[in-house]
Design a protein around this ligand. Sequence first.
Ligand code: ATP
Ligand code: MG
Ligand code: FE
Length: 341
Amino acid sequence: MPVLALETSCDETAVAIYDGERGLLSHTLHSQIRLHAQYGGVVPELASRDHVRRVNGLIRIALEQAGLGAADLSGVAYTAGPGLIGALMVGASVAAGLALAQGLPLVAVHHMEGHLLAPMLEPERPVFPFLALLVSGGHTLLVSVEGIGRYRVLGESLDDAVGEAFDKTAKLLGLPYPGGPHLARLAEAGQPGRYRFPRPMTDRPGLDFSFSGLKTAVATALPVDADDQQRADIARSFEDAVTETLAIKCDRALEATGYRGLVVAGGVGANRRLRARLADLATRRGVGLYFPRPEFCTDNAAMIAYAGWARLADARPADGRLFTTARWPLESLQPPGTRAA
Ligand code: ATP
Ligand code: MG
Ligand code: FE
């Protein structure tokens, strides 16, 4: 049952094919980072146009890599939201066109459900129920996951998402966009403990986050004439503050739920220090820890293909309507096959 999936929610154009029996058959991706770098952030209109330019070529490559023709597919999935609406519309239209032409069912996938299920593409998979920490450019969520489509948000960021905090702090440090990975690299050369940044909202009960103050703390601490060592020290202390804050909340949520598994996904899940910090926590608590491989932490179509395959029961025949949505609460999802018609 090979399902071809398109991901175009932001600044990556990606296509992948997942098969229930044979696993991931192919995945391809074009990143628009260079296109947007000169503007210091994603320019929505440029993103949409570049998706249009890239998507057909990537579909051809994905089919070739999998050794399949379009007629061999059993379904087409696409990211329907949340994301940039123009960018989402490109994936939705191309997916609907392909489904219509081949007479295939069409599955609309929630981007964050894709991120959440990405560890299912790895050899060691988490078993339900588990706790998921979703840390990306637009989201910071602690989710109780009892099964596919059975999600309860236990905590979330009240302001900036973690990835956003990384990117904004990196900008302050003069690093190129998107700054998260650059900041992590700079932090390697930093001395821990030279600066002391807050662990926001850890001094009170609860599982919510707030990261905008941390960025302000960096702005205040950063000397105008900071040298390379000072910038590296600040990057290191920022990264330590973020990872410790996330670990404290994961610890609390594991305590509260009694779950035996922790899944970490989304772009910031690629951060090495975060992975190491959570590995310590998991060992201390004796729980299983599950990450996607780093390339499947950031946006990709492999995770959308897996989610699309898992949700084939929700597929609709392609018609003229294109379902996309910029906002889509994760908790509104239902288990596959139970959605109201
Ligand atoms: P969302 O999934 O919420 O819609 P998005 O798709 O833009 O947002 P992702 O692609 O999942 O987000 O992740 C991108 C974010 O991850 C960026 O903010 C980026 O800086 C951050 N990121 C990627 N790698 C690292 C890293 N090694 N350390 C810290 N942050 C990182
Ligand atoms: Mg991106
Ligand atoms: Fe994402």
